[in-house]
Design a protein around this ligand. Structure first.
Ligand code: ADP
Ligand code: MG
Length: 620
């Protein structure tokens, strides 16, 4: 299969001999950074101060919609939580239902809906997707490296946690595209960390390693098997709500107790809360290299020594060791089978963490590299391998363009992303949008644009004979199987009834390398416009579903609702109908939110009544 190289700034196709710089990006929950290869070494890029390589993963929207990213945005975290978005990585590729299940608290507003739609974040009267917000962080990193190297950068490798699913990986790719980056590969964070330590770089190496990653708000432990340059994730474990921020909180709680300060004072007085947080993090960092910390927080002198700190965080560290134990047992391994342990994440700078991990795995840990840079450094090494600069590693065949199907409203739903190793197999489940729908058309497309109309159609077929069911009930499984010669088999089956249909198409037939390069360039140049269209179409689809359910709800519960409730529900539904006709996605989202807010308590009441009646036997 083809390997193409294109200059995204002017659209010319490059000859193989001219090498691009491909950068490595660690898009973290707390901090992000970019690295590249310079004279055979991976280096992390710092900001204008020439020191700090980390960009806090924080986006702030000030009045007039100026967007700040990084340290400048972080300054607003406590003062203006509703306009300052952090931890957006936690929301990537997630639906409202996923978030509700995790039940986590974030200081900004996530629209509260109990649906399978992807989450949106409301800032004043505008709605943003996690992809858009992550794109702002990536754009900042792109800017940073372009300023440093004084040349345009358009290709990147981005890392994600090993446990990220397809939707989360695709969201990360989309964020890259929106930031003007061609994402050549999504790499697992532990794999990148391993590469940074030179583990897995040679073909004849075979090893089992553990990667211990304690960041700001998350803890991940991954067990990897490396053989012949291939990394296999044997198990992952961890805690998505445990990290260095908890160390800081433990210190604050200790000080409040020690200096007789009421906890509420910190929540009421945000400035004071901020100063305690800053002092606590400073204390923690100081105690990684010294035995004693003295500072001030809100005018109060605060003290902490290493022994006190270590006893505060011991329960937290112990918790991570339980995860390590679970990861090993899931991988069906014992400690003595682990050849290397790699330390990742800023919080592994804490000596007590290193000591505990080293004692648990009964060996010295790898901690020579900066733990908060190691993932980005490894990503840069992976990028360099992709650029063909490392002769020892074979370049594998990849699919040059994404493959997917058309979904509601003419949107492209990518199933096998571009640059996936071939042979490849991937699938996804869909459902019907109309009650009693018997047939489903499956149209297969190739390309990078958000609307199928802008992509290349490879074929289509109709899955017939779906037994009549209400919309949303059938489970239609679509599988894409791509062989090494580029032959794509698409299979659709309705899982409840077993009806099945498939086609085979030649994905590379009748398309030149120039065509592919052009398609790729178009997708990056139109990323923003495409994303807007997608957001509008998705909002409309979602709104239409909600209008349908509101109508059904009104019909079925006529006796439960009083006149005012009925009138108001009809009004709000009509307002949403009007909004759907327009082109303003924020207006649609606002109207949806209002209708949802108003009808949720009514729906709960109706459900209680209906359950009550069912118990009485009326309906059974
Ligand atoms: P993430 O992977 O979640 O984006 P990082 O790997 O950048 O996060 O880790 C950030 C965390 O590391 C923060 O909680 C920060 O306070 C902590 N940290 C950074 N430096 C030190 C240090 N010297 N000692 C202890 N903790 C540190
Ligand atoms: Mg990290």
């Amino acid at each position: 299969m083809a390997k193409i190289s294109i200059n995204l700034s002017d659209g010319t196709v490059k000859q193989e001999e001219k090498k691009d710089i491909i950068v490595g990006i660690d898009l973290g929950t707390t901090n992000s950074l970019v690295a590249y290869m310079e004279a055979g070494n991976a280096v992390a890029v710092s900001g204008q101060d020439g020191k700090n390589t980390l960009v806090p993963s924080v986006v702030h929207f000030s009045e007039g919609d100026t967007v700040l990213v990084g340290d400048a945005a972080k300054a607003f975290l406590l003062k203006q939580p509703q306009n300052t978005i952090y931890s957006v990585k936690r929301l990537m590729g997630k639906s409202y239902q996923d978030i509700a299940k995790a039940g986590q608290y974030l200081g900004y507003e996530i629209i509260d809906e109990d649906t399978e739609s992807l989450v949106k974040i409301r800032v004043r009267d505008k709605f943003y997707s996690p992809v858009e917000l992550s794109a702002k962080i990536l754009a900042e990193l792109k800017n940073r490296i372009e300023n440093t190297l004084d040349q345009p950068i358009s290709k990147a490798v981005i890392t994600v946690p090993a446990y990220f699913n397809d939707a989360q990986r695709q969201a990360t790719r989309d964020a890259g595209k929106l930031a003007g980056l061609d994402v050549l590969r999504i790499v697992n964070e532990p794999t990148a960390a391993s590469l940074a330590y030179g583990i897995g770089l040679s073909q004849d190496e075979s090893k089992t390693i553990a990667v211990y990653d304690l960041g700001g708000g998350t803890f991940d432990i991954s067990v990897l098997q490396i053989q012949g340059g291939i990394f296999e994730v044997l198990s992952t474990n961890g805690d998505t709500l445990l990290g260095g921020d908890d160390f800081d909180r433990a210190i604050i709680d200790y000080w409040l107790e020690e200096y007789n300060i009421e906890k509420n004072i910190l929540t009421d007085n945000k400035e004071l809360g901020q100063s305690f947080r800053i002092a606590a993090e400073e204390a923690k960092k100081t105690l990684s290299t010294q035995d004693q910390y003295t500072g001030t927080a809100g005018g109060q002198t605060v003290n902490l020594n290493k022994a006190q700190f270590e006893s505060l965080v011991k329960p937290l560290i112990d918790k991570t060791l339980v995860s390590c134990k679970n990861a090993l047992s899931d991988a069906q391994l014992t400690v003595d089978k682990i050849d290397s342990v790699i330390m990742v994440g800023g919080s592994t700078r804490v000596p007590a963490v290193k000591k505990a991990v080293s004692a648990y795995f009964q060996q010295e840990v790898n901690d020579k590299l900066n733990p908060d840079e190691v993932v980005a450094l490894g990503a840069a090494i992976q990028a360099d391998i992709l650029a063909g600069n490392n002769k020892d590693l074979l370049l594998i065949d990849i699919t040059p363009l994404s493959l997917g199907i058309e979904t509601m409203g003419g949107l492209m739903d990518t199933i096998i992303p571009r640059n996936t190793k071939v042979p490849a197999k991937a699938g996804r489940q869909y459902t019907t949008s109309v009650d009693g729908q018997k047939n489903l058309q499956v149209s297969v497309y190739q390309g990078e644009r958000d609307l199928v109309a802008d992509n290349r159609k490879l074929g289509e077929f109709i899955l017939r004979g779906i037994p009549p069911m209400p919309a949303g009930i059938p489970k239609i499984d679509i599988q894409f199987i791509l062989d090494a010669d580029g032959i794509l088999t698409v299979k659709a089956s309705e899982l409840r009834s077993g009806v099945e249909q498939s086609i085979q198409v030649k994905s590379a037939y009748g398309i030149s390398e120039e065509d592919m390069a052009r398609m790729l360039l178009d997708s990056i140049q139109n990323a923003e416009a495409d994303m807007k269209v997608r957001a509008l179409l998705e909002a409309r689809n979602e709104a239409n579903n909600i209008i349908l359910s509101a109508d059904k709800f009104l019909q079925q519960n006529a006796t439960i609702l009083n006149e005012e409730e009925t009138t108001r529900t009809i009004e709000l539904t009509n307002a949403l109908r009007e909004a759907v006709k327009g082109e303003d996605k924020d207006r649609i989202n606002l109207a949806m939110e209002e209708l949802n807010k108003y009808t949720t308590p009514l729906a709960h009441r109706a459900m209680d009544v209906n359950i009550g009646e069912a118990i009485k036997g009326k309906k059974l």
